[in-house]
Design a protein around this ligand. Structure first.
Ligand SMILES: *[C@@H]1O[C@H](CO)[C@@H](O)[C@H](O)[C@H]1NC(C)=O
Ligand SMILES: *[C@@H]1O[C@H](CO)[C@@H](O)[C@H](O)[C@H]1NC(C)=O
Length: 194
């Protein structure tokens, strides 16, 4: 279905655009990630896996992740990940639950999904071992260039737009032990802004 839509779009655009520079306005494709905001969810008190992150924007294409991780409990496979993705609608406003992802075995899953980005993150935060679980401790980064995270396990092609990601980690008793809010934009490779 997606493939067919894509072909139709390519057809329309190659037909309507006879300029020298071909810039198809496809709704999806290969993207460049712009990191807008990251912070703890203020509404969730007493988090045991604290990700005190912030973005340090060097240029429009260079963002450095700074901050620390304070783990008061181990990050292991007894925990569950609850990922909620909302997209920014064309008429404004967030559209909830455009994608929801729930998975058990939080640590192993994140490691697998992260691919090389996982190892980069472990190294960047000076976490001694890249294997699960991650022990209790305080892990500080001197700054992680987010370009290094492009080697991840997420789809390489996606719909362009602005997204809000709420990443929660829960215990088997459904207690939220971590909650991070992330806002990103997926742009066409040549764009600088939405
Ligand atoms: C947070 O933890 C503190 C200390 O353990 C406790 O006194 C407080 O009631 C907790 N607050 C919530 C909202 O759970
Ligand atoms: C970790 O980050 C928090 C929030 O920015 C800060 O208050 C705390 O001092 C930091 N801890 C260390 C050891 O840098």
């Amino acid at each position: 279905m997606i493939k067919i839509t894509l072909f139709v779009f390519i057809g329309i655009f190659s037909f309507s655009q006879s300029q020298d520079r071909f810039m198809p306005n496809l709704p999806m494709g290969e993207y460049r990630t712009v990191f807008e905001k990251i912070h703890l969810c203020e509404s969730i008190k007493n988090q045991s896996l604290l990700a005190n992150f912030y973005f340090d924007k060097k240029t429009s294409s260079e963002t450095v992740l700074r901050g620390n991780l304070t783990f008061l409990i181990p990050f292991d496979d007894t925990l569950t990940i609850d990922l909620n993705l909302e997209s920014w609608g064309s008429t404004g406003g967030w559209i909830p639950n455009s994608n929801v992802y729930v998975t058990k075995k939080a640590c192993s899953t994140l490691k697998k999904l992260g691919g090389n980005a996982w190892n980069t993150a472990m190294k960047g935060f000076n976490i001694p071992s890249t294997t699960c679980p991650i022990s209790v401790g305080e892990y500080i980064t001197s700054g992680l260039d987010l370009k290094k995270f492009e080697d991840h396990g997420f789809p390489k092609i996606y719909f362009y737009g602005k997204y809000k990601l709420v990443f929660k980690i829960k215990t088997t008793e459904n207690k939220i032990v971590a909650c991070v809010y992330l806002e990103i934009s997926l742009l066409r490779p040549w764009e600088t802004k939405i």
